[in-house]
Design a binder for this molecule. Structure first.
Ligand SMILES: Cc1ncc(COP(=O)(O)O)c(C=O)c1O
Length: 497
């Protein structure tokens, strides 16, 4: 079926024979029977052999093509079995009348319109660039600074020494050595209260969010989510069919007083150490109020502590999980910022009663693996490389944040406000509400500068405008250059302040 021809001509057995002969003459690795079958099926699917077309008799076709009759019979039999052909007693073999319609339905490419309503929302929520780097891609660490030699050595050794049962599925909730090393580190650095058994190692924070939503909610339950907030969490909770209630964030963090009094939330998602994207640290009174509310309403709090290792100005505030008298908090951390995102390792600290259901479900839904990698990471932490790397990066990122502020000095002089930057890897440059964020994004694109609009972080109506500027992964010279450009681009917007 190499050239398009009208259906009338195609229905003629001579033409079919010619066309098949040409198709079989092309080089191919499959058996003759398989190739003949594919050529005929392709012709039917593309409408070149319309319903009702008579196929040549098997003996005649075999002799015309110079192949065995059994080969032709086997190809016909398969097409008959699949419903592409039909036989009429005494009359021969024909293309089935219903075949084309059915097949066209089946082969029509999936378009966005075939997605479910939830699927379409999930797709919308998932759009946008991924894996960006350079000025000012948010949330990207500096990979160049990662101690690759040490890491490679550990990886190779643990890969070599791996016992053979590590090649199988695992169901332990993560390698015990990693959970122990992590537990020691978290107790010291984050005032988290836990035992190693409460830690579940997962493949990234989003997997943990999917598990939480799957195990602790039913479709239609209510979830509070920070507004503006983290798109990854918005997507996981939306996908679970939850009723999303965006709760405004102010200078003290998520404000429960501004959430509707009912229905009670089943889940509350928050980033209290360093709110994404505003950079606010949740105050202690707010933390206590949120914990009291969760206790009273029997809600679960997801505390996403994604980048609090990079704290520059004061001591870390005690985690919600550490403050909680009850056990309503699920603490989520990731290695994507302190190590690198491609590692795909994160962890969830669970209240003891939830450990078993989560471990069992995870082992089935997302079977665990990569234990040599986890062993390497356990040693990386236990041997002090992890803490050393964090200390180095903290110094480096603090310097880069200063550099970004300095490079924006002309705009700051004209009234630009930046987020406090007490911690983390990005700053927010606030703009007057109604500013054309997209125009700035477009200008940035034309100059190779990535500008993430604050509007992307809103689930409901946007109430503040700005740009989220990642600085951690960007060398100072690049920050100075791109920051200088940005200061110029911001000027017309600041005149409106
Ligand atoms: C708020 C927040 N939580 C968690 C993560 C990390 O997600 P993952 O562990 O899937 O890389 C990110 C990454 O940008 C984030 O911004």
């Amino acid at each position: 079926m190499t050239e398009p021809l009208s259906a009338t001509r195609l229905a003629q057995p001579d033409w079919i024979t010619e066309s098949l002969a040409l198709g079989l003459a092309e080089p191919g690795h499959e058996s003759l029977q398989r190739r003949l079958y594919r050529l005929l099926r392709g012709g039917i699917q593309l409408g070149r052999l319309p319903g009702g077309s008579a196929l040549p008799a098997s003996r005649a076709l075999a002799s015309a093509l110079g192949i065995g009759r059994n080969t032709v019979l086997a190809a016909y039999d398969q097409l008959l079995a699949e419903g592409f052909l039909e036989t009429r007693h005494g009359a021969g073999t024909f293309v089935a009348h219903h075949a084309l319609g059915q097949v066209q339905q089946a082969v029509r490419p999936a378009t966005a319109t075939s997605l479910s309503q939830r699927g379409r929302r999930l797709l919308e929520q998932s759009r946008g660039p991924i894996g960006e780097s350079g000025a000012f891609a948010p949330c990207v660490p500096d990979f160049e600074q990662f101690p690759r030699d040490i890491w490679q050595g550990l990886l190779q050794r643990h890969q070599r020494q791996a016992p053979s049962h590590w090649f199988n599925y695992q169901d332990g909730g993560g390698l015990p050595a990693l959970r122990e090393a992590l537990c020691d580190y978290l107790q010291l650095s984050r005032s988290v209260r836990c035992q190693p058994e409460q830690i579940l190692i997962v493949s990234g924070a989003k997997q943990a969010l999917d598990l939480i939503a799957g195990l602790l909610t039913d479709p239609g339950d209510t979830a509070w989510i920070e507004e503006p907030g983290y798109r990854g969490a918005q997507a996981s909770l939306l996908n679970a069919g939850l009723g999303m209630v965006p709760v405004p964030v102010d200078a003290e963090g998520l404000d429960p007083a501004r959430a509707p009094a009912s229905p009670a939330p089943r889940l509350i998602y928050t980033t209290p150490s360093h709110q994404l994207p505003t950079g606010v640290t949740m105050s202690l009174p707010r933390r206590l109020a949120l914990l009291a509310l969760a206790e009273a309403q029997q809600s679960w709090i997801i505390e996403d502590d994604y980048d609090s290792e990079f704290r520059y100005s004061s001591q870390p505030v005690a985690s919600l999980q550490g403050l909680a008298q009850s056990e309503r908090v699920l603490y989520l951390g990731t290695f994507s910022k302190v190590m690198y995102p491609g590692l795909r390792l994160a962890y969830l600290i669970l209240p003891p009663a939830l450990v078993e259901p989560f471990r069992i479900t995870q082992a089935r839904r997302y079977p665990e693996g990569h234990y040599p990698l986890q062993a390497a990471l356990a040693e990386f932490i236990a041997a002090g490389h992890f803490a050393r790397h964090i200390r180095r990066m903290r110094g480096l990122y603090r310097g880069r944040q200063h550099c970004l502020r300095d490079s924006l000095a002309p705009a700051l002089d004209q009234g630009l406000q930046l987020s406090p930057g007490e911690s983390g890897m990005h700053l927010v440059a606030w703009l007057p509400l109604g500013s054309d964020e997209q125009a700035l994004v477009g200008t940035g694109e034309r100059h190779g500068v990535i500008l993430r609009p604050l509007g992307r972080h809103y689930l409901g109506g946007q109430t503040q405008a700005g740009l989220v500027l990642g600085y951690a992964g960007v060398p100072e010279a690049e920050i100075r250059h791109a920051g200088g450009l940005l200061a110029d681009w911001l000027t017309p917007f600041l005149k409106e302040i």
